[in-house]
Design a protein around this ligand. Structure first.
Ligand SMILES: NC(=O)c1ccc[n+]([C@@H]2O[C@H](COP(=O)([O-])OP(=O)(O)OC[C@H]3O[C@@H](n4cnc5c(N)ncnc54)[C@H](OP(=O)(O)O)[C@@H]3O)[C@@H](O)[C@H]2O)c1
Length: 271
């Protein structure tokens, strides 16, 4: 479905690069059908070499005649770039924005055209094909456009459509979430080091434990508390560890972290 579509990515930073690599490595698109843009010559030159695709400094030239335009810019850069490209964008192009904070209606106000706009919130594990992307569409997004967006992000992980009103929450949860997971892994690996386990092995033990636990949740669709109970033998050692977690307020701290990130997500666009 995507094989014959031309895709342009405005802003090939961390996320844009992960997305392009995923699309190419999964053979979802060929290198000839995907191009990108950045702001600086040094980024352009190194990305050309790294990705083997054409990278431009000119957004207007980049998107002319392309089927799909992906906006992978920092929220603070969106207004400037939308103003720059608005007269080039045509109604048969599909716009996909991965920028946090900026709503579909806000993007439309800049472009001032009735066209299909899909908002996507991926996360960085898309680098290893295990991303989680939430998609929201506008009222005129056709089924074909939704399917195209789904195909793009399915090449780098799992996808789900949700109402756009939940996007800031999604940003705080699954887009910022990998950072929280990395901190948890780092902290647990330190515990292993404290107990004499070499750091690299300790990190592997924790990372594989997190991967396996996540896979159990996804495969079984069981409530996490039920799976936790499977590990918690009465009067065993896990319950002592869990009591420490409760005393350290791990759960409420994680909840507050996500809620704070979601609040912050709503502020970015006004900066
Ligand atoms: N990182 C994540 O985990 C993640 C997850 C979900 C969503 N997002 C969203 O993805 C977006 C990008 O985040 P990021 O982490 O990839 O940021 P980033 O690494 O800072 O990348 C931003 C890119 O935009 C380019 N750029 C800046 N001004 C431009 C312009 N006028 N025209 C063309 N390109 C321009 C920069 O080029 P130079 O390199 O030349 O400066 C850079 O390549 C953000 O809106 C963020 O909310 C990120």
């Amino acid at each position: 479905m995507l094989a014959d579509k031309s895709i342009s990515v405005i802003g090939v930073g961390k996320l844009g690069e992960a997305l392009i690599s995923g699309l190419i490595n999964s053979n979802t698109v060929s290198k000839n059908n995907i191009t990108g843009s950045v702001a600086h010559e040094y980024s352009r030159d190194s990305l050309r070499e790294k990705l083997g695709i054409d990278i431009l400094l000119d957004n207007r030239a980049l998107i002319r005649g392309k089927d799909i335009v992906i906006l992978a810019l920092k929220p603070q850069k969106m207004a400037q770039v939308l103003n720059e490209i608005k007269d080039i964008v045509t109604e048969n192009q599909l716009i996909i924005s991965v920028a946090a904070s900026m709503t579909i209606s806000c993007i439309k106000q800049y472009i001032k055209k009735d066209l299909s706009i899909i908002r996507a919130m991926p996360n960085i594990p898309c680098l290893v094909g295990e991303g989680m992307t939430v998609l929201s569409k506008n009222s005129i997004s056709s089924e074909e456009h939704c399917a195209l967006a789904e195909a793009i992000f399915s090449s780098i992980g799992d996808t789900v459509f949700l109402d756009e009103s939940l996007m800031n929450g999604v940003t705080g949860l699954s887009a910022c979430g990998p950072a929280y997971m990395f901190v948890v892994i780092e902290a647990l690996a330190e515990a292993g080091v404290k107990l004499g386990i070499p750091r690299d092995i300790s990190t592997l033990l924790v990372a594989q434990t997190m991967l396996g636990s996540a896979k159990m949740i996804i495969d079984s669709k069981e409530h996490p508390a039920l799976l936790k109970d499977m590990v918690t033998t009465p009067a065993g050692c896990t319950i002592d560890g869990l009591i420490e977690l409760e005393e350290g307020k791990l759960r409420v701290t994680l909840i507050k972290a996500v809620v704070r990130s979601a609040e912050r997500a709503s502020e970015l666009i006004s900066e």
